[in-house]
Structure formats: structure tokens, C-alpha cells
Design a protein around this ligand. Sequence first.
Ligand code: NCD
Length: 306
Amino acid sequence: MRQTHSFVSIGGLTREDILSLIAEAAEAERQPNRTLLQGRIVATLFFEPSTRTRLSFETAANRLGAKVIGFSDPKVSSTTKGETLNDTIRMVSNYADVIVMRHHLEGAALYAAEISDKPVINAGDGAHEHPTQTMLDLYSIHKTQGGLDGLDLCLVGDLKYGRTVHSLIQAMRHFNPRFHFVAPKELAMPDEYKQQLQAWGIPYVEHTDLTPEVISQCDILYMTRVQRERFQDLAEYEKVKDLYVLRAAMLGGARENMKILHPLPRVNEIAVDVDDTPHAYYFRQAENGLYMREAIICDTLGIPLH
Ligand code: NCD
């Protein structure tokens, strides 16, 4: 267990860090209610909308005995009066022991971590990263596949703006994966990430169609929502929003162990008839977020669960 530290980017984690957090999450799942954080204050500052991320962080804090302060809508904070992020963070870091923050600007979490003398946890910074989502994705993959090594992952949808897939490929680099990317040209995986994969020697194949053949080749099918809020031109969004809809009828040739993940919220990407198939795992995945976020809060404060 490291000293108190921020959790801003997935890139800085080693294979051992990742496996150790997964073990801590399993421990949290075994016993979610504890008093480890009694007397501590967790601040949740959400400058962008959220359901699962904020609620699971707040539930995690409450289940560990901490108290929670914060806002879920920046309109009710002094941001609307023109207060800078710098000033908000300085002040909140005097109130709370750890700050969980989601912000629309890429790099906002790193910036906040530099200002704050308390740990900052990145709950999403623009289209950049979402490292705690990735940790719960990895926990879900580990639980369903019995490990993380040597898996075939197919990432589908908005690979350009989707921050969850950007963090996921970086974390998986330690585990010898093979990737399929399914996206329209407009939403393809950005070159910077593809170049990183090449430098790491990790194979990937790009597709524009989600076919049963691609589905039959993967252990994890990771669906994503087209990130409407990141488009400058909504006419462009309309063109791509419904390109991929996964239906139960497309799963006939899937591997038995194949699980479908989605960070949620889903819009149209997964038809409800998929929910009752043995491949659907997205609601359990969201539940896993609670345990992983208990592990992450404790980790940033240097408090072991084991
Ligand atoms: C994701 C996000 O905010 O990036 N949601 C989440 O945290 N579970 C995915 C999304 O909004 O599409």
C-alpha cells in the first residue's frame, strides 16, 4: 500500500498496482460495510452529469463510514459566479480528506491534483481518461474470465470521444491483449492511442461493421455510447448515433465465456433482449464499481482493506 496519493491517470499504474487493487476490491466485496473511514470527509465535485460514478463513490464512502460533501451540478456552486477551478480546489482541499472530481476539461484532474494537498481522484476528464471506470472494468473482466492475460477484447462505438476505452487500452497493455476496434471512420480510435499500441507491440484490427464474425472472436465485447456532448455539430452526431445496435440474435456464435460490458448509460447500443442472455454483464459491472471505488478511496488514503 502506497502513501496518500492522487489517482488521476491509468498510465502510471503497474501490473502489480492493478492486480493489488483488484484484490482489494474483492476484499471490499466480501465485506462492503466497514468503519475504516470513520471521521473522514470525502468531497464529490461533479462539473459534468453522472449517475453511477457519483452514486457509487458516495455509496462507497458511506459504507466505509466516511461523510460526503459536494455537488452534482456545478450550477449550484460558485462556478456560475465565475470562481476558478483553482480556487474551488484550494478551498475544498481544506475541508475534505479526498476529492473525487469529474470535469469537462481534459487534464482538469491532473491540474486539481497539483493544487490540492489532499488526494484527487479523477472521475472523468473530458474525452481524456476515466481511470476508476477502467479499474471496475478490469475487476469485472478478472471476475468473469478468471484473469486478465491473453484476452481478445472488442471495443465498439465511440472510440474517439469515449474516455473509458482510452483508459482501458492503456491498462490492458500489461496483460498481453488482442483488440478489435469497431467504429465508423468519424469515431475511430485516435492515432495517438494506436501509435501507443504499436509501440507496445499489441495487435489490433479495425472494423466499421459489428458482425457476428467479429463477435465470435472475442472474450469481452465492450459497447459504448456515442458521446453526444462532445460533438460541435449535432448533425454529425445524428449520422452516427445508431450505427451499432447489439441484439440477442447476433450472439449465436459467441464464445461461451464471452461477456458484454458497457460503462452505461446505454442509449440504443444494446437492445433490451440482450439483458436476459448469459453474456450480459453490464449491470453486474456497475455493481462492481462500488467495491472497486471502496478500494480506490482507501488506496489513495493509504488505508489497506486487507
Ligand atoms: C461513462 C463516462 O462518463 O465516461 N459513464 C460512466 O462513468 N459510467 C460513459 C458514458 O457516459 O458514455
